[in-house]
Design a protein around this ligand. Sequence first.
Ligand SMILES: [Fe+2]
Ligand SMILES: [Fe+2]
Length: 200
Amino acid sequence: MTDAIAVIKTEHRNLMRVVNLFDIVMRAAAPGDGEGEGERRAPDFALLDAIVEYLQTFTDRYHHPKEDRFLFRALRARDPDAGPILDELEREHEGCYGATAGLKEALEAYRAGRPGAAERFAAAAATYRDLQLRHVQKEEGIVIPMATRALTPEDWRVIDAAFADNRDPLFSDDAQESARALYSRIVHLAPAPHGLGEPR
Ligand SMILES: [Fe+2]
Ligand SMILES: [Fe+2]
């Protein structure tokens, strides 16, 4: 496995771990057995904020653009058959940016206590998680194997360097540092056994 593939797979695992927390947070806020009819508890908004911020600052601004600019671009040049799946994945990247913005709006409505906003946020979060899961499965199941077959050692040197090194201002050390800090904040806020936080 090349260094870039290892980085991408780690980022995918972290992303799925983060989006799976939506469901855990929403279940913790749902009315439990024997509690008041339909009464929801306030969710852990600090954790929801950290998750949405991570998706905006890391996944949208860092992970997907890096795939477009390095991995997908190199694969397009080497294997014309990859065109349709790469077009599809790039469209999904665009869709993800809109979906994250939609999540943020839904979260604001939820925090403001608008009627039905909790259910709308839960639905948007579940849709978002499914979108990312299908997307990541296509990248790992189709694109990475295609790239492994088609790209040359020189292509991988460039891609590995891009994923390892942040000299490009778009992918600055600051961006990666703040993403790391946010990720560890999420892990600490997450209820056990999903993170290191206290059970809720
Ligand atoms: Fe992607
Ligand atoms: Fe990806």
